[in-house]
Design a binder for this molecule. Sequence first.
Ligand SMILES: [Zn+2]
Length: 136
Amino acid sequence: MNEKLYSNERYPEFVQMIYDYVIHKLFKYPDYKFRIIKRKKEVNPNHMVLGYINFQKQIIALDIYTPKKRQAKSINSLLRTIAHEIAHIQKPPYRQRYRGRYITRQHYPVFYKQCDKNIEKIKKDPYLKQYFRQTE
Ligand SMILES: [Zn+2]
């Protein structure tokens, strides 16, 4: 990928445009707003959150910079995170009894299948397919 393309001050604006296209036009969730996760310093890659969704406020938030060097992430990795967050809307968390108590299941097999379907849908899009290797 062309790293230079993303390393300028208009990168957040570009990500916003991609977000609007994917969430509003392709997946048709017009009420969901985009937020960039702001961090002041480098983060431990093992404990970092790539993105999150807030159902009440209808916000999908993404960290658009790499954990250590805080460089612009590739559009490919952002699209994969968006596909994951959208799957949370399509296959919402549910409560389940487990060993006598209730737990919330968020990342379950049907959820991950939905993530894969979302990626496939993004890859088929005439504009977005450029961010995936053509052989995939
Ligand atoms: Zn998740």
